[in-house]
Write a protein of this length. Structure first.
Length: 420
């Protein structure tokens, strides 16, 4: 039976560094969003996977003389441990480097080639001499590779392309049918006024092989990630997507840095599949939102800046509540160890209050309705402040057993490990 609501988060690349705070900000908070919908009677499909191919694993494996597949699966194992500690309800459905997934990446390429949408041609491309591969224009920042920082050369090379320009007008028109931040729509429209055909060849080994005899290049990892939300819907090994399995993504959540390439590539591939009769709708996502950025010392967190915070160093419930409370979800906020300690104190007070039970009834429906309004508006900071205000209004009372259990169950949606 299909779920009433399909919620997808942009799946992670399993780097050796493990899950970072940005992942946590997306995955833990949206997990609470899904938990709340279930609490209110909605069945939710909440899948997960790993975007496993890519340059970092291959570069690291070459450096240490190892197989990138072994490195990648070790990293995925670490990610799984961290996801378990996060205490989420995501259902892992796929890994893009598994043969069972690669066959469909190659199937996509073959179908596009049959329709004249994949072709090989000579052209002027960006070449990173350090990463030893072609780069998309968007992967070149001020003339340098966004991955390694090396100056990029221009070379004339024979490469595979997808005819995304054939879909430019439809991709622009389709933006009117998606609930998406205005800033993202503006970026996509501007990016599509200068879009050239999508170069999908990469001169690397750790990628999905291009399914053409004698071809040694692999596919851009953006091809792998352009349809994963559809493969989440089925386990079929014989059909890409059985008709009975299809449902659009009701909510898609990820960083604003993916406003163009990934989101446009996914929309393009979905439109091609629509034209093929594989999916019944032209657009894949009903609503797209972006989580904000967590900053420390006024700057975006990064290991190179020495201001990164590891989620493994904190209690997962305290961390989840703090990230909800840090600011509006679309904006993020400034990290503070002092302020996360405030969540620890709040949870301790709630435990003591709920443990000392009495006979006082407390009216909960209005409080629950307020939580519902704030959750559906993605005002998670107001959800946390609402719990704090609720406690302050009623801390002089001794709640009866029924009230205590109800408040505890509500709080566990946002702090899943909480026990009074």
């Amino acid at each position: 039976m299909k779920a009433n609501f399909y919620c997808a988060v942009m799946f992670p690349y399993p780097s050796a560094a493990g899950l970072h705070l940005g992942h946590y900000y997306n995955y833990a908070i949206i997990d609470s969003y899904c938990r709340w919908l279930r609490h209110r009677g909605t069945t939710v499909f909440q899948p997960f996977g790993y975007d496993a191919f890519g340059l970092p694993a291959e570069n690291y494996a070459r450096k240490v003389g190892r197989d990138p597949a072994d490195v990648t699966y070790e990293n995925i194992k670490q990610f799984r441990t961290q996801m378990a500690r996060m205490n989420t309800c995501y259902e892992e459905r796929l890994v893009t480097c598994d043969p069972s997934y690669m066959k469909w990446t190659q199937w996509i390429f073959t179908r596009l080639r049959e329709r004249g949408l994949a072709y090989k041609a000579w052209g002027d491309v960006n070449w990173c001499p350090s990463c030893e591969t072609v780069l998309a224009n968007e992967q070149v920042i001020n003339g340098h590779c966004e991955r390694c920082g090396r100056a990029v050369d221009r070379r004339d090379m024979n490469q595979w392309y997808f005819r995304i320009t054939d879909y430019r007008d439809r991709l622009i028109a389709g933006l009117d049918r998606i609930s998406m931040p205005d800033s993202t729509k503006r970026m996509q429209r501007a990016w599509l006024a200068g879009q050239r055909d999508w170069c999908v060849s990469r001169q690397r080994a750790w990628g999905c092989p291009i399914p053409v005899e004698g071809e040694t290049d692999t596919l851009d990892t953006f091809v792998d990630s352009s349809f994963y939300y559809l493969r989440y819907l089925t386990d079929s090994d014989t059909e890409f997507l059985p008709e009975s399995c299809y449902q659009p993504v009701d909510l898609y959540v990820g960083g604003a840095e993916h406003a163009c390439m990934h989101l446009i590539y996914s929309r393009f591939i979905h439109m091609v599949l629509f034209d093929m009769g594989i999916v019944p709708q032209e657009e894949p996502f009903r609503k797209v939102i972006h989580q904000g950025i967590i900053r420390k010392d006024g700057a975006k967190m990064s290991k190179s800046k020495g201001n990164a915070v590891s989620p493994d160093d904190y209690d997962p419930d305290e961390l989840r509540l703090y990230l909800m409370f840090i600011g509006p979800y679309s904006e993020g906020g400034e990290w503070s160890d002092e302020h996360i300690a405030g969540q620890r104190r709040f949870l301790s007070r709630m435990r003591r209050w709920l443990a000392h039970r009495g006979t006082d009834p407390i009216d909960l429906p209005a409080f629950e309705d307020q939580i519902d309004r704030d959750v559906r508006a993605f005002k998670f900071n107001k959800v946390v402040s609402g719990f704090m205000e609720f406690y302050n209004r009623h801390k002089h009372l001794k709640p009866n057993d029924k009230t205590s259990r109800k408040v505890e169950s509500l709080l566990r949606i946002f702090a899943p490990g909480f026990q009074a």
